[in-house]
Structure formats: structure tokens, C-alpha cells
Design a protein around this ligand. Structure first.
Ligand code: SDX
Length: 394
């Protein structure tokens, strides 16, 4: 072995697979989807076209885009039988628990997609999953707030339809402004893929055993949930609110984050791969400023985030460890400005990441001679020893 200790995080970083989907240069802070720098999506953000790009490897032409958009519209409804599942959850149920359970439950309505062998199949499955994850998320939100479900509106495209299902009332439809539509499209597409992160690696792991796409994506939702991964966007908001409520100053928070004994981390900072700015954080910071300005709003949490960033980026502790803001540092401020509650933040991350999970599952499924993933370990347990009868045990 290479002198690895019992568990060496570096071991987890050894290249574990080849992929054509996303390129990251952590030292330079570069992120490209199928070769396209993410900055080039900023002016006309379109989550649906990025989803197509990631899954099928090229930007959709007008015909492909129109047809896929129509597929997403046609797939927005859930089978009425699925509503009973929602009623089975307590209203306090975490939306991420509902999301992973319902994506798995969804597979039961698509037995014909348990086997996906061609581009037609993956396109049908992708349209069903990418469209219905919105409806499931919206229904989870409505249920947890004691609100009636709002059916998808076939006259609305992806993001406006999602916000309609979240925020409309039975007799007054939520109207999505272009500003909000652009901000949520950008937020979703910036979360769409990120090579072998914890949740995507989970989807590939589950898929390597030839489990179906729905089940693999449900596993991805579970992996995303933790505060060190997709749950960090919630932890960032809680951190900013703690500072805003005067419980602690930004300076004191940063001091605590440097003190190992405090168990406090500067949430939304640091990254296993980026040792420079996460390019998504820069774009989301710009988007947060733009959205709030166009909505004519101030958010004190944005000012606090800017303060924390300024303090940390001048602090030797963060500089030496190359800790910079990551995708989660500003994303919550955008979702808060749109009116999305904190307990739905990681669900929004999952909606954004779903096309990446589908792309990786499909890339792996098409790999000739694909083998089941089977990581090895360094055994550090007891040496050989014998079984002892009960009366000989101490
Ligand atoms: C995402 O993998 C992906 O691509 C993920 C993601 C994606 O798109 O899928 O980018 C999305 O999950 C972003 C990360 C969200 N998580 C957070 O923001 C949580 C806060 N960040 C950290 O917990 C941490 O930075 C990680 C988990 C993100 C990365 O951790 P690593 O690479 O395992 O680094 P580490 O824990 O080994 O830390 C190295 C050093 C340690 O100090 P020393 O032991 O060297 O003295 O840096 C310190 C850590 O204590 N450190 C931090 C810190 N992050 C690392 N100290 C204070 N605050 C932090 N946020």
C-alpha cells in the first residue's frame, strides 16, 4: 500500500473513474460543463438546456430544446395515487426525507424504465425525473405548510411552473418575474453537476450494481443531505442569522471557526477540490446583488456574508488552508429573496443536481464492461483469534 493510515481522506481522492461530463481545475477555480465554462451561462441562464447538455453531451438545437421542454411539461403531473404517500408523512417531515422516498416511489410507476438501454429510454426517464422532482418538492412544501396542492400549469415552462406550484393560491396564480426566473435558472444550473462529489459518487456507486436510475437518484438525495455537502446552504443561513440576531459578531464567529475545540466551521467556506475561489460562488454573489437590487430589497444577511468573506480572506488561517467561499455561501440568500424557506434549500440543490446524477448514471451504464464499484479498505482490526464460549468470557 502507499503507507495510507486507517482512513486517509486523500485515499478517497484517488481518481476513481473517467468522465466526459464536467471538468474542474481546483487550483485555478475553473468549472466547465461538457467543455463550456460555466461563466458563459450567466447572461441567459437556462437550466433545461444545461440539463440536456450534461445528459446528451451537446447544447440542444431549437428542435431538441422545444421537444424536451414539451416532454418536461407533459411529465409534470404525479400519479394521483402518489398523493397518499404525502399524507403519510408528519407535517414536520424534513422535505429531503420526503424527496428521497418519493423519487424511489416514483420508480414503481415506471417499471418499463427499470431497464434503460438507449437514448430514447434515458430521455423519457430524464424528462420524468427532472419534471416530477419539482412537483414532489412543491407538494412536500405545500404539505408541510398545510396548504392545498397546486397542480402544474401546462402553459408555464420549467422554473415558472415550479414557482407556481410552490407559491400560487387556489384563486390567485403566482406570477414569476423575469428577474426571479433568471436567478432561479442560474442557481439550478450552477448546481447541475460537479464531477465526483459525495452525492454523484453515490449515484454512480448505486448504479454500478445495475440498480435503476430512480433508485440511484434517491440515494443521491440521501447523500446530498448532510451539512458538509448539500446541507451546507442551510447551515450558512443559520450562521448568518445567528450573527444578524446579535448572538455573535462576524469577527468572533471567524475566531471560533479557527479554534478546533469550538467544533464551529465557517459554513459555505472551503472545498475538497477548489483551493481557489469556487467560480459558482462568485457568480451567485453577483446574482444575489442583482436580484435584491431588481427586487428593490436589502438583505442584511448579504452584508454579513460579505463581511465574513472579507475577514476570512485576509486571515492567515484561511489563506494558508486555501479556504474560499463555495457554492453554498451565497445560494441561500438568493433562495431567501425568492421566498423559498430554509428547509427547502437542500431540496433546491437536489433539483439542480439531478441532471448531473442522471448524466453520470447514464455515462456509467453505457461504459463497456462496467463493473460493480467495490472500494477496498486497510484492515486495522484484531489479529487472528479464537471464539470463546460464554463461560470463558470476561
Ligand atoms: C459542497 O465535493 C463537491 O464538489 C461538493 C460541492 C458540489 O457541488 O457537489 O461543491 C457542494 O458540498 C460544497 C461544500 C459545502 N460544505 C461546507 O461549506 C461545510 C464547511 N466546509 C468544510 O466542512 C470543508 O471545507 C469541506 C467539507 C467542504 C471540505 O473539507 P475537506 O476537504 O475534507 O477539508 P478538511 O476538513 O480536511 O479541512 C482542511 C483544514 C482543516 O484544518 P487543519 O486540520 O488542517 O488545521 O481546513 C479546515 C479544517 O479544520 N477547514 C475549515 C473549514 N473547512 C476546512 N475550518 C473552518 N471552517 C471551514 N469551513
Amino acid at each position: 500500500q502507499t503507507g495510507l493510515t486507517a482512513y486517509d481522506p486523500g485515499y478517497a481522492n484517488i481518481a476513481s473513474c473517467r468522465s466526459d461530463i464536467t471538468f474542474i481545475d481546483g487550483e485555478q477555480g475553473i468549472l466547465r460543463y461538457r467543455g463550456i465554462p460555466i461563466e458563459q451561462f450567466e447572461q441567459t441562464p437556462n437550466f433545461v438546456e444545461v440539463a440536456w447538455l450534461l445528459i446528451f453531451g451537446h447544447l440542444p438545437n431549437a428542435e431538441e430544446y422545444a421537444a424536451f421542454s414539451d416532454d418536461l411539461t407533459a411529465n409534470a403531473d404525479l400519479d394521483e395515487a402518489m398523493k397518499h404517500h404525502f399524507e403519510g408523512f408528519p407535517r414536520s417531515a424534513p422535505p429531503m426525507a420526503i424527496l428521497s422516498a418519493m423519487i424511489n416511489a416514483l420508480s414503481c410507476f415506471y417499471p418499463e424504465l427499470f431497464e434503460i438501454n438507449d437514448a430514447g429510454h434515458i430521455r423519457t426517464a430524464a424528462a420524468a425525473l427532472i419534471s416530477k422532482i419539482r412537483t414532489i418538492a412543491a407538494y412536500a412544501y405545500r404539505r408541510s405548510n398545510g396548504l392545498p396542492y397546486i397542480y402544474p400549469n401546462p402553459n408555464l415552462r420549467y422554473v415558472p411552473n415550479f414557482l407556481h406550484m410552490l407559491f400560487s393560491k387556489p384563486y390567485s396564480q403566482y406570477v414569476c418575474s423575469q428577474t426571479v426566473r433568471d436567478a432561479l435558472n442560474l442557481l439550478l444550473l450552477l448546481h447541475a453537476d460537479h464531477e465526483q462529489n459525495c452525492s454523484t459518487a453515490t449515484v454512480r456507486m448505486v448504479g454500478s450494481g445495475q440498480a435503476n436510475l430512480f433508485t440511484a437518484c434517491a440515494a443521491g438525495v440521501c447523500a446530498l443531505w448532510g451539512p458538509l455537502h448539500g446541507g451546507a446552504n442551510v447551515a450558512v443561513l443559520e450562521m448568518l442569522e445567528k450573527i444578524h440576531n446579535g448572538h455573535i459578531s462576524p469577527q468572533e464567529y471567524v475566531r471560533l471557526a479557527k479554534d478546533k475545540d469550538s467544533k464551529v466551521r465557517l459554513m459555505g467556506f472551503g472545498h475538497r477540490v477548489y483551493k481557489n475561489f469556487d467560480p459558482r460562488a462568485k457568480m451567485l454573489a453577483r446574482s444575489a446583488e442583482k436580484l435584491l437590487a431588481e427586487l428593490g430589497r436589502q438583505d442584511p444577511l448579504l452584508d454579513i456574508a460579505r463581511q465574513l468573506e472579507e475577514i476570512a480572506l485576509e486571515d492567515p488561517y484561511f489563506i494558508e488552508r486555501k479556504l474560499y467561499p463555495n457554492v453554498d455561501f451565497y445560494s441561500g440568500i438568493i433562495m431567501r429573496a425568492i421566498g423559498i424557506p430554509t428547509n427547502m434549500f437542500t431540496v433546491i440543490f437536489a433539483i439542480g443536481r439531478l441532471p448531473g446524477w442522471i448524466a453520470h448514471w447514464w455515462e456509467q451504464a453505457q461504459t463497456p464492461g462496467n463493473k460493480i464499484a467495490r472500494p477496498r479498505q486497510l484492515y486495522t482490526g484484531c489479529e487472528l483469534r479464537d471464539y470463546l464460549p460464554m463461560d470463558q468470557r470476561t
